[in-house]
Design a protein around this ligand. Structure first.
Ligand code: GLV
Length: 327
């Protein structure tokens, strides 16, 4: 007798072995690689699927949900949920799973990587050496700021913001931060001081974004914000691209209103190869690889599978973004 398996749409491939716990219960329909969003050829499966595994590059909106009337669970392979219309899911009583916590260290490590690479111009200097322009030991070229004693401003002192603050403290940096909730413990352990957003902008030598994308943080870094920053300051964004107004950033960097930027996330994402931001020598852009460690990605997959199986069986998701569906 054929065993009933749940049908689940996985919008893009991930290594099969990361999904091995699903084998007995789930038949996966797998979308293509190298493509943002839900591929057009996948729409025909929506009416028949019981579950969906999505990625942060997929926009899961009310229309998709409307076309999937049997769906019991949506699992986002990410800590954030800004790519999902959560209200629409909640209205249909669809629980949405996320993978919080397990990408904190990976993202914090990458943030420090960007701080170091941008501040010490590592990418440009390496390209310069490789191109044969390295002729001697230069006393006054490729200079950056010393991190010890410099001020790191953390916008959003959540899990990742705190992990970055700890790393920065170990580098001898002075940490200031904004947060919805005060974090007195970090005042003691990291000497970190909570400040207002304006002070964060005015005082930071390095300003690093770590808040989730919400209507309040959308384009929080606009032309007015850049005006308040020091001309020597560096902006780092490993949170969400839309927290920065891309045009305003381009002008701030071109006019040297701020010194440099390191971006792991952009708006739009991916940033097209023809975008003028790539031409600026003081802007380093990475292709959203904050959580790209083997450990973090395997842990994200494991949480996604746990969420998926729970949702398919009608049980509470262990890592749920809209627990209101259960009241
Ligand atoms: C990565 O950016 C995530 O939210 O998981």
């Amino acid at each position: 007798m054929a065993i009933h398996k749940f049908k689940v749409l996985l919008t893009h491939p991930i290594p099969e072995q990361w999904l091995s716990t699903l084998n007995n219960d789930v038949k996966l329909i797998i979308g293509p690689d190298e493509m943002m969003g839900l591929a057009p050829e996948l729409y025909k499966y929506l009416p028949e699927v019981d579950g969906l595994i999505s990625f942060l590059c997929d926009r899961i909106n009310a229309e998709i949900i409307h076309h999937a009337p049997n769906i019991r669970v949506i699992c986002n392979f990410a800590a954030g949920i800004d790519n999902i219309d959560l209200l629409a899911c909640t209205a249909q009583k669809i629980p949405v799973g996320i993978t919080p916590g397990v990408l904190t260290d990976a993202t914090a490590d990458l943030t420090m990587g960007l701080v170091l690479a941008v501040n010490r111009q590592l990418v440009q200097a390496a390209a310069n050496a490789r191109s044969g322009k390295w002729k001697m030991w230069y006393a006054s070229r490729w200079l950056g700021m010393g991190l010890s004693g410099a001020i790191l401003g953390v916008f959003g002192m959540g899990k990742i913001g705190c992990a970055v603050a700890k790393r920065a403290h170990a580098f001898g940096m002075n940490v200031i931060y904004t947060s919805r909730t005060p974090k007195p413990e970090y005042e003691i352990t990291l000497n970190a001081r909570q400040v207002a957003f304006q002070e964060l902008l005015k005082t930071s030598d390095i300003l690093s974004l770590h808040a989730p994308l919400t209507p309040e943080t959308n384009k929080i870094m606009d032309a007015n914000a850049f005006k308040l920053m020091k001309p020597t300051a560096i902006l780092i964004n490993t949170a969400r691209g839309a927290e920065v107004d891309t045009e305003a950033l381009f002008s701030a960097l071109s006019n040297r209103q701020i010194a440099a930027a390191g971006l792991d996330v952009t708006d739009p994402e991916p940033l097209p190869a023809s975008h003028p931001l790539y031409e600026l020598p003081n802007c380093l852009i990475l292709p959203h690889l904050g959580s790209a460690t083997v450990g973090a990605r395997k842990a994200m997959a494991a949480m996604t599978c746990e969420n998926l199986l729970a949702g398919l069986r009608g049980e509470k998701l262990p890592y749920c973004a809209n627990t209101e569906v259960y009241v």
